[in-house]
Write a protein that binds this ligand. Structure first.
Ligand SMILES: *[C@@H]1O[C@H](CO)[C@@H](O)[C@H](O)[C@H]1NC(C)=O
Ligand SMILES: *[C@@H]1O[C@H](CO)[C@@H](O)[C@H](O)[C@H]1NC(C)=O
Ligand SMILES: *[C@@H]1O[C@H](CO)[C@@H](O)[C@H](O)[C@H]1NC(C)=O
Ligand SMILES: *[C@@H]1O[C@H](CO)[C@@H](O)[C@H](O)[C@H]1NC(C)=O
Length: 663
């Protein structure tokens, strides 16, 4: 019989307990893991040669500013008209007589998005993709001599009657400047929308020093500029907002320094639309905010952009790893059209849902179900007020929300358009930054919301409200929390349109509804503080469900967008492999052309090693998980060594000559 001491016994018990714990955890998590659907599930069974037709051109209806002058078509980089014509500058979508892949969340129909298809050559050909090949078939463009700022200005000028303020892009003008000593910052005054003028929207691409512009980045930028700014008669103006990491460039010390940085950091064709900032600018305007780094305060530069570029009514912030596989302008217009038609009442509650038509019916059925759960009350956004300031948004038109039959806000532009469903931060369990805020009187007790990722469209009113709070009150919340929370706190209109996303691997839809939205139907969602809101574990307790959320075509850490993009553009490890299986959302014609459905993909990484914008669980969270694992390992190893060390103690100590013999 082995003779063990009391310390060894305690250790043995500890180790047994630890291994039991590990086994139990494994069992529990394995049980919780869902079985994915078979690979390729949902791939449409198609006839060999379905009809492929050019999709009819859809125009947004312009109901709200119908008395504004009509859009005048503009021209693309080859000087050709961007209208319904087929020409080398114009991108045309296709409709194919095959079943359309079904998104797991969101809906093309509800969003008014075309169920269209495009090959990569059709999608990006007008913008130079494939122009190094014999088969290009379009007139070539000398891209480094193209001036996208000039093209945009020309378009704006042709449409000058449509806008209240027609300030063009002035490429050499440096508008950002440091805050002056004692310079006051005031709250914005809301001006009603004028029917005779179309609103102007800035598209702000977020770039940073060190970003490598690959061919795909370039064609993506050209496509988005052409299909918004040029295609929509000057309604959009695109900019590149560049984070200059090297403060020694001193871009605000002299015009020369600034222009040198523009030349060095931005590809020549986009230099005219570049706007540069560095951390010193953010510090100067927001001295009382404890950090200005992107992860925590990605909205600060956009807030300043809103402040210094007042000719715009709205500002889309888009990341460089976003891709539209269909027409970018029509996608963005569908987002704002959807948002405009939404009533204000209960909009926050609806915006938390991962809308799945199979379970929720059409979107107005979801509205009805949420309303029933809320028993006709106004929801969170109705007359909300926090302790820190007076809301600047319009007061409800009626005292009792029950007297508003979902009419308030219909036809009004949204102040914030989120690109993903929103969540109630106070109820999130393991989101790394759920308690990151400063200057809130009620502290943790202040209701806060977040919508991931940190993209979206903000009104000037909303940006200036956040700007004021940060510059004057020293009040801040985390990146993804900023715009939704300020929108709610000020009684501004917030909408998360249910745009379509796909999954790979795919999982049973009923499980997805439960994991993203929570158990039970909409009527079962009565948790105090969250009545009528979705509250799925995949969002409120993200860690165990990362294997699900990271399978979406629109999720910050998902590899699926790259898989789609690789196969569609025939790049990456499987490029040119005709037998490689395509992601189920793509369709290959008999002549070998690969078509992609109309989607917004995020992220498509061309700069694999560069991470600049915030993502979900951040470094802190990963470090703490890593730390926990390491400390358990350290304890185990230390215990084991101690146990090993004391074993020789049961034998006679080595004699001196044994030691000599060993050395
Ligand atoms: C533009 O690119 C061509 C090659 O594609 C190069 O020869 C030329 O020098 C470039 N021009 C400028 C102004 O950069
Ligand atoms: C950018 O590209 C250059 C040249 O290909 C390469 O040397 C550099 O490492 C790249 N930078 C990053 C951050 O990937
Ligand atoms: C919203 O709920 C109230 C109270 O239950 C009800 O009277 C009203 O008809 C509902 N409206 C809609 C559009 O569902
Ligand atoms: C092509 O793809 C198939 C299926 O994924 C794979 O089995 C095959 O090894 C690939 N061929 C090459 C040359 O990579």
């Amino acid at each position: 019989m082995i003779n063990v001491g009391p310390r060894a016994r305690v250790l043995a018990i500890f180790l047994i307990a630890l291994s039991l714990g590990l086994v139990a955890t494994r069992l529990v998590t394995r049980d919780a893991r869902l079985e994915p659907l078979p690979a390729g599930y949902g791939r449409p069974n198609t006839k060999a040669q379905p009809a492929i037709k050019t999709a009819p051109t859809r125009e947004t209806k312009n109901k709200q500013w119908e008395s504004a002058a009509r859009r005048v078509p503009c021209v693309g980089p080859r000087g050709l008209a961007l209208d319904a014509q087929e020409n080398d500058d114009n991108v045309l979508e296709r409709v194919i007589d095959i079943p359309y892949p079904r998104p797991f969340v969101g809906s093309h129909e509800s969003m008014g998005l075309g169920q269209t298809w495009m090959t990569a050559a059709e999608r990006y050909g007008p913008y130079g993709w494939g122009d190094n090949k014999e088969s290009y078939g379009r007139k070539k463009v000398t891209w480094n001599l193209t001036d996208w700022a000039a093209l945009q200005n020309q378009c704006l000028e042709r449409n000058f009657q449509r806008f209240k303020d027609i300030t063009p892009i002035r490429p050499t003008e440096r508008r950002f400047r440091m805050r002056k000593q004692g310079e006051e910052v005031r709250l914005p005054v809301i001006q009603p929308q004028a029917a005779e003028h179309a609103p102007r929207t800035a598209i702000v691409f977020r770039a940073f020093e060190g970003y490598n512009y690959t061919t795909e980045d370039m064609v993506n930028l050209r496509a988005t500029i052409a299909e918004t700014a040029l295609r929509y008669g000057g309604e959009y103006t695109a900019f590149i907002l560049v984070d200059v990491k090297d403060k020694n460039r001193n871009i605000f010390a002299s015009e020369e320094n600034y222009q040198r940085a523009v030349k060095e950091l931005v590809p020549s064709e986009f230099q005219g639309m570049a706007v540069l900032f560095d951390e010193t600018l953010l510090q100067s305007w927001y001295p009382n905010i404890k950090t200005h780094i992107t992860t925590y305060q990605v909205m600060q530069p956009l807030q300043l952009f809103g402040y210094f570029y007042p000719e715009f009514d709205h500002y889309w912030q888009l990341e460089l790893d976003l891709r539209f596989t269909g027409h970018a302008g029509r996608y963005l217009a569908a987002m704002s059209d959807f948002a405009r038609e939404q009533p204000r009442k209960q909009s926050m509650e609806r915006s938390t849902w991962f809308y799945m038509p199979k379970f929720h019916g059409n979107y107005s059925d979801l509205l009805g179900a949420v309303n029933a759960t809320l028993e006709g009350t106004g929801g969170l956004g109705w007359d909300m007020k926090i302790q820190d300031f007076e809301p600047i948004g319009p007061r409800p038109p009626v005292d009792d929300p029950r007297d508003d039959n979902f009419e308030w806000g219909v036809g009004e532009e949204a102040d914030f358009i989120a690109v993903g469903p929103c969540a109630h931060v106070q109820y999130m369990v393991d989101w790394a930054w759920r308690n990151w805020y400063q200057g809130l009187k009620a502290g943790k007790g202040t209701p806060r919301w977040m919508c991931q990722p940190a993209m979206g469209r903000a009104s000037r009113t909303l940006l200036l409200a956040a700007h004021h709070a940060q510059a004057v009150q020293g009040l801040a919340v985390h990146s993804e929390v900023t715009l939704p929370s300020f929108a709610l706190w000020h009684g501004l209109k917030l909408v998360a349109p249910p745009h379509p996303a796909y999954q790979d691997p795919q999982w049973p839809l009923d499980k997805m509804n439960e994991l993203y939205n929570g158990p039970g139907d909409v009527g079962a969602h009565r948790k105090p503080g969250m009545v009528g809101m979705a509250r799925g574990e995949a969002i409120y307790r993200i860690t165990p469900y990362a294997y699900i959320t990271t399978s979406s075509s629109f999720w910050y850490s998902s590899p699926f967008p790259d898989k789609i993009y690789d196969a569609w553009l025939s790049r990456g490890p499987q490029a040119g492999n005709d037998t490689a299986e395509l992601p189920y959302v793509l369709w290959k014609s008999q002549d070998g052309k690969v078509y992609a459905p109309n989607m917004m993909l995020h992220p498509v990484k061309t700069n694999q090693n560069l991470v600049d914008l915030p993502a979900g669980p951040g470094p802190l969270f990963l470090v703490s998980i890593g730390g926990a694992v390491i400390s358990v390992l350290v304890v185990a190893v230390a215990g084991f060594r101690w146990w090993k060390q004391r074993r020789p103690g049961r034998y006679a100590p080595l004699r001196m000559d044994d030691v000599d013999a060993m050395s």
